[in-house]
Design a protein around this ligand. Structure first.
Ligand code: AMP
Length: 277
Protein backbone atom coordinates (compact mmCIF):
# COMPACT_ATOMS: atom_id res chain seq x y z
CA UNK A 1 0.00 0.00 0.00
CA UNK A 2 1.54 3.30 -1.11
CA UNK A 3 1.11 5.99 1.53
CA UNK A 4 0.56 9.55 0.26
CA UNK A 5 2.55 12.06 2.28
CA UNK A 6 2.11 15.83 1.91
CA UNK A 7 4.18 17.14 4.84
CA UNK A 8 7.95 17.10 5.32
CA UNK A 9 7.52 16.14 8.99
CA UNK A 10 5.54 13.02 8.03
CA UNK A 11 8.11 12.06 5.40
CA UNK A 12 10.89 12.48 7.95
CA UNK A 13 9.03 10.27 10.46
CA UNK A 14 8.70 7.42 7.94
CA UNK A 15 12.35 7.65 6.89
CA UNK A 16 13.54 7.79 10.53
CA UNK A 17 11.53 4.63 11.24
CA UNK A 18 13.01 2.86 8.22
CA UNK A 19 16.55 3.95 9.02
CA UNK A 20 15.99 2.78 12.62
CA UNK A 21 15.21 -0.67 11.22
CA UNK A 22 18.43 -0.58 9.18
CA UNK A 23 16.67 -0.11 5.83
CA UNK A 24 18.25 1.70 2.88
CA UNK A 25 15.97 4.38 1.43
CA UNK A 26 15.77 5.22 -2.29
CA UNK A 27 14.33 8.42 -3.73
CA UNK A 28 12.80 8.84 -7.20
CA UNK A 29 12.07 12.54 -7.86
CA UNK A 30 9.52 13.27 -10.61
CA UNK A 31 7.07 15.90 -11.77
CA UNK A 32 4.34 13.32 -12.25
CA UNK A 33 2.42 12.31 -15.39
CA UNK A 34 4.24 9.05 -14.86
CA UNK A 35 5.21 6.72 -17.69
CA UNK A 36 7.31 3.59 -18.08
CA UNK A 37 10.53 5.67 -17.94
CA UNK A 38 9.69 6.84 -14.42
CA UNK A 39 8.72 3.30 -13.43
CA UNK A 40 12.11 2.01 -14.61
CA UNK A 41 13.71 4.37 -12.05
CA UNK A 42 11.37 2.95 -9.40
CA UNK A 43 12.45 -0.59 -10.30
CA UNK A 44 16.13 0.37 -10.16
CA UNK A 45 15.54 1.89 -6.72
CA UNK A 46 13.68 -1.20 -5.52
CA UNK A 47 16.53 -3.43 -6.68
CA UNK A 48 18.95 -1.53 -4.39
CA UNK A 49 16.82 -0.25 -1.52
CA UNK A 50 14.45 -1.78 1.05
CA UNK A 51 12.24 1.31 0.93
CA UNK A 52 11.40 3.58 -1.99
CA UNK A 53 9.92 7.08 -2.01
CA UNK A 54 8.61 8.55 -5.27
CA UNK A 55 8.05 12.29 -5.28
CA UNK A 56 5.69 14.28 -7.47
CA UNK A 57 6.22 18.00 -7.43
CA UNK A 58 5.77 20.28 -10.45
CA UNK A 59 8.47 22.68 -9.34
CA UNK A 60 7.51 26.23 -10.33
CA UNK A 61 11.11 27.43 -9.89
CA UNK A 62 12.43 25.34 -12.78
CA UNK A 63 9.96 26.64 -15.39
CA UNK A 64 11.24 29.72 -17.16
CA UNK A 65 8.11 29.67 -19.33
CA UNK A 66 4.79 30.22 -17.48
CA UNK A 67 2.78 28.60 -20.31
CA UNK A 68 4.87 25.43 -20.02
CA UNK A 69 4.20 25.37 -16.25
CA UNK A 70 0.45 25.94 -16.75
CA UNK A 71 0.26 23.25 -19.45
CA UNK A 72 2.37 20.68 -17.58
CA UNK A 73 0.20 17.53 -17.24
CA UNK A 74 -1.07 16.80 -13.72
CA UNK A 75 -2.45 13.28 -13.29
CA UNK A 76 -2.01 12.38 -9.62
CA UNK A 77 -4.74 9.69 -9.32
CA UNK A 78 -3.37 7.76 -12.31
CA UNK A 79 0.20 8.27 -11.03
CA UNK A 80 -0.76 6.91 -7.61
CA UNK A 81 -2.31 3.81 -9.20
CA UNK A 82 0.94 3.14 -11.10
CA UNK A 83 3.03 3.63 -7.94
CA UNK A 84 0.69 1.31 -5.97
CA UNK A 85 1.07 -1.33 -8.65
CA UNK A 86 4.85 -0.92 -8.59
CA UNK A 87 4.87 -1.31 -4.79
CA UNK A 88 6.35 2.09 -3.90
CA UNK A 89 6.27 2.69 -0.13
CA UNK A 90 5.57 6.43 -0.09
CA UNK A 91 4.40 9.00 -2.61
CA UNK A 92 5.62 12.39 -1.39
CA UNK A 93 3.46 14.99 -3.16
CA UNK A 94 3.74 18.23 -1.21
CA UNK A 95 1.85 21.43 -2.00
CA UNK A 96 4.07 24.32 -3.20
CA UNK A 97 3.87 26.11 0.19
CA UNK A 98 5.34 23.05 1.95
CA UNK A 99 8.39 23.22 -0.33
CA UNK A 100 8.64 27.01 -0.55
CA UNK A 101 7.12 28.44 2.64
CA UNK A 102 6.76 32.18 3.16
CA UNK A 103 10.20 33.74 3.48
CA UNK A 104 12.00 31.09 1.43
CA UNK A 105 15.17 32.82 0.20
CA UNK A 106 17.80 30.30 -0.90
CA UNK A 107 18.88 29.34 -4.40
CA UNK A 108 21.35 26.56 -5.21
CA UNK A 109 23.19 27.58 -8.36
CA UNK A 110 25.63 25.24 -10.10
CA UNK A 111 28.12 26.89 -12.48
CA UNK A 112 30.04 25.22 -15.30
CA UNK A 113 28.10 22.13 -16.24
CA UNK A 114 24.74 23.97 -15.88
CA UNK A 115 25.77 26.79 -18.23
CA UNK A 116 25.40 25.58 -21.84
CA UNK A 117 22.58 23.78 -23.73
CA UNK A 118 19.51 23.64 -21.43
CA UNK A 119 21.12 26.30 -19.23
CA UNK A 120 21.46 28.68 -22.17
CA UNK A 121 18.05 27.87 -23.70
CA UNK A 122 16.16 27.99 -20.38
CA UNK A 123 17.66 30.69 -18.14
CA UNK A 124 17.19 29.88 -14.44
CA UNK A 125 16.03 26.31 -15.14
CA UNK A 126 18.94 24.56 -13.44
CA UNK A 127 18.87 26.92 -10.45
CA UNK A 128 15.30 25.73 -9.95
CA UNK A 129 16.27 22.08 -10.44
CA UNK A 130 19.31 22.22 -8.13
CA UNK A 131 17.33 24.06 -5.45
CA UNK A 132 14.43 21.62 -5.42
CA UNK A 133 16.64 18.53 -5.67
CA UNK A 134 18.81 19.74 -2.77
CA UNK A 135 15.59 20.28 -0.82
CA UNK A 136 14.20 16.83 -1.71
CA UNK A 137 17.48 15.29 -0.54
CA UNK A 138 17.34 17.28 2.71
CA UNK A 139 13.64 16.73 3.30
CA UNK A 140 13.82 12.98 2.72
CA UNK A 141 17.31 12.13 4.02
CA UNK A 142 17.26 9.27 1.49
CA UNK A 143 20.43 7.24 0.94
CA UNK A 144 20.23 6.91 -2.83
CA UNK A 145 18.53 8.96 -5.55
CA UNK A 146 17.60 7.78 -9.05
CA UNK A 147 17.61 10.05 -12.10
CA UNK A 148 17.10 9.35 -15.81
CA UNK A 149 19.82 9.78 -18.40
CA UNK A 150 17.01 11.21 -20.56
CA UNK A 151 17.81 14.50 -18.80
CA UNK A 152 21.56 14.02 -19.18
CA UNK A 153 22.63 17.54 -18.29
CA UNK A 154 20.34 17.55 -15.26
CA UNK A 155 22.02 14.34 -14.08
CA UNK A 156 25.46 15.98 -14.38
CA UNK A 157 24.22 19.11 -12.57
CA UNK A 158 22.89 16.98 -9.70
CA UNK A 159 26.14 14.97 -9.52
CA UNK A 160 28.19 18.20 -9.42
CA UNK A 161 25.99 19.66 -6.67
CA UNK A 162 26.21 16.50 -4.54
CA UNK A 163 30.01 16.42 -4.87
CA UNK A 164 30.46 20.16 -4.27
CA UNK A 165 28.14 20.30 -1.23
CA UNK A 166 29.22 16.92 0.22
CA UNK A 167 25.58 15.84 0.29
CA UNK A 168 25.28 12.40 1.93
CA UNK A 169 23.47 10.67 -0.92
CA UNK A 170 24.46 8.42 -3.83
CA UNK A 171 23.19 9.48 -7.26
CA UNK A 172 22.33 6.76 -9.78
CA UNK A 173 21.76 7.51 -13.49
CA UNK A 174 19.35 5.14 -15.30
CA UNK A 175 19.06 4.46 -19.04
CA UNK A 176 16.51 6.29 -21.19
CA UNK A 177 13.37 4.30 -21.91
CA UNK A 178 12.03 4.71 -25.46
CA UNK A 179 8.82 4.00 -27.33
CA UNK A 180 8.96 1.24 -29.95
CA UNK A 181 9.72 3.85 -32.65
CA UNK A 182 12.67 5.28 -30.70
CA UNK A 183 11.01 8.40 -29.25
CA UNK A 184 12.31 8.98 -25.71
CA UNK A 185 9.42 8.62 -23.27
CA UNK A 186 8.45 11.96 -21.78
CA UNK A 187 5.45 13.42 -19.96
CA UNK A 188 5.44 16.13 -22.64
CA UNK A 189 4.78 13.57 -25.42
CA UNK A 190 1.09 13.53 -24.41
CA UNK A 191 0.87 17.14 -25.66
CA UNK A 192 1.84 16.17 -29.23
CA UNK A 193 -0.94 16.06 -31.85
CA UNK A 194 -1.23 12.74 -33.73
CA UNK A 195 0.57 14.36 -36.68
CA UNK A 196 3.40 15.64 -34.48
CA UNK A 197 3.63 12.32 -32.64
CA UNK A 198 4.30 10.66 -36.02
CA UNK A 199 7.11 13.17 -36.74
CA UNK A 200 8.70 13.08 -33.27
CA UNK A 201 10.80 9.86 -33.67
CA UNK A 202 12.77 11.64 -36.45
CA UNK A 203 14.85 13.37 -33.76
CA UNK A 204 16.28 10.15 -32.30
CA UNK A 205 16.62 8.61 -35.77
CA UNK A 206 18.63 11.60 -37.04
CA UNK A 207 20.76 11.63 -33.88
CA UNK A 208 21.53 7.92 -34.20
CA UNK A 209 22.63 8.49 -37.80
CA UNK A 210 24.74 11.51 -36.76
CA UNK A 211 26.44 9.50 -34.01
CA UNK A 212 27.47 6.87 -36.51
CA UNK A 213 28.62 9.57 -39.00
CA UNK A 214 30.68 11.22 -36.25
CA UNK A 215 32.29 7.91 -35.31
CA UNK A 216 33.11 7.38 -38.99
CA UNK A 217 34.81 10.79 -39.04
CA UNK A 218 32.35 12.28 -41.55
CA UNK A 219 32.34 16.07 -41.69
CA UNK A 220 29.11 18.03 -41.39
CA UNK A 221 27.35 15.32 -39.37
CA UNK A 222 25.71 17.80 -36.99
CA UNK A 223 24.55 20.10 -39.81
CA UNK A 224 23.07 17.13 -41.69
CA UNK A 225 21.34 16.03 -38.50
CA UNK A 226 19.75 19.47 -37.97
CA UNK A 227 18.64 19.65 -41.62
CA UNK A 228 17.10 16.16 -41.39
CA UNK A 229 15.18 17.04 -38.22
CA UNK A 230 13.78 20.22 -39.79
CA UNK A 231 12.94 18.43 -43.05
CA UNK A 232 11.02 15.82 -41.03
CA UNK A 233 8.71 18.59 -39.77
CA UNK A 234 10.23 19.95 -36.55
CA UNK A 235 9.65 23.70 -36.25
CA UNK A 236 13.02 24.76 -34.85
CA UNK A 237 16.13 23.50 -33.10
CA UNK A 238 17.56 24.91 -29.89
CA UNK A 239 20.76 22.85 -30.21
CA UNK A 240 22.24 19.65 -31.58
CA UNK A 241 25.69 19.44 -30.08
CA UNK A 242 28.59 17.09 -29.44
CA UNK A 243 29.83 17.46 -25.86
CA UNK A 244 31.97 15.74 -23.27
CA UNK A 245 29.52 13.58 -21.32
CA UNK A 246 30.71 14.68 -17.87
CA UNK A 247 31.88 18.30 -18.23
CA UNK A 248 29.54 19.17 -21.14
CA UNK A 249 32.44 21.07 -22.72
CA UNK A 250 32.09 21.26 -26.53
CA UNK A 251 33.92 18.66 -28.64
CA UNK A 252 34.90 18.89 -32.29
CA UNK A 253 35.37 15.12 -32.66
CA UNK A 254 34.19 12.07 -30.70
CA UNK A 255 36.17 10.87 -27.68
CA UNK A 256 35.62 7.91 -25.37
CA UNK A 257 33.22 10.06 -23.34
CA UNK A 258 31.38 11.96 -26.08
CA UNK A 259 27.63 12.55 -26.00
CA UNK A 260 25.29 13.99 -28.60
CA UNK A 261 22.60 16.19 -27.05
CA UNK A 262 19.64 17.85 -28.74
CA UNK A 263 16.60 20.01 -28.04
CA UNK A 264 14.03 20.84 -30.71
CA UNK A 265 10.51 22.24 -30.97
CA UNK A 266 7.61 20.37 -32.51
CA UNK A 267 3.99 21.46 -32.38
CA UNK A 268 4.73 23.91 -29.55
CA UNK A 269 6.37 21.14 -27.49
CA UNK A 270 10.07 21.17 -26.67
CA UNK A 271 11.61 17.69 -26.97
CA UNK A 272 15.08 16.78 -25.70
CA UNK A 273 17.19 13.68 -26.22
CA UNK A 274 20.80 12.51 -25.91
CA UNK A 275 22.86 9.47 -26.86
CA UNK A 276 26.45 8.29 -26.47
CA UNK A 277 28.66 8.66 -29.55
P1 AMP B 1 10.33 14.36 -14.95
O1 AMP B 1 9.08 13.90 -14.29
O2 AMP B 1 10.23 14.54 -16.43
O3 AMP B 1 10.98 15.50 -14.23
O4 AMP B 1 11.35 13.15 -14.79
C1 AMP B 1 11.60 12.57 -13.55
C2 AMP B 1 12.76 11.63 -13.67
O5 AMP B 1 12.44 10.62 -14.62
C3 AMP B 1 14.03 12.34 -14.18
O6 AMP B 1 15.15 11.81 -13.50
C4 AMP B 1 14.03 11.97 -15.63
O7 AMP B 1 15.33 11.97 -16.19
C5 AMP B 1 13.47 10.57 -15.58
N1 AMP B 1 12.93 10.21 -16.90
C6 AMP B 1 12.08 10.93 -17.66
N2 AMP B 1 11.86 10.31 -18.84
C7 AMP B 1 12.60 9.18 -18.82
C8 AMP B 1 12.82 8.12 -19.75
N3 AMP B 1 12.23 8.11 -20.95
N4 AMP B 1 13.66 7.12 -19.38
C9 AMP B 1 14.26 7.12 -18.18
N5 AMP B 1 14.10 8.09 -17.25
C10 AMP B 1 13.29 9.10 -17.57
Amino acid sequence: MTEIVRKVSDLRASVARWHGAGDTVGLVPTMGALHAGHLSLVRAAQADCARVIATIFVNPKQFNNPTDLAKYPRTEPADLALLQQAGVDVLFAPPPEEVYPLGFATTVSVAGVAGPLEGASRPGHFDGVATVVAKLFGMSRADRAYFGQKDWQQLQVVRRMVADLNLPITVIGCETLREGDGLAMSSRNTRLSPRARAIAPALYAAMTRAASDLRAGKTGALKTCAATVLAAGFDSIDYIDLRDADSLEPLTAPTSTARLLAAAWLDGVRLIDNIPV
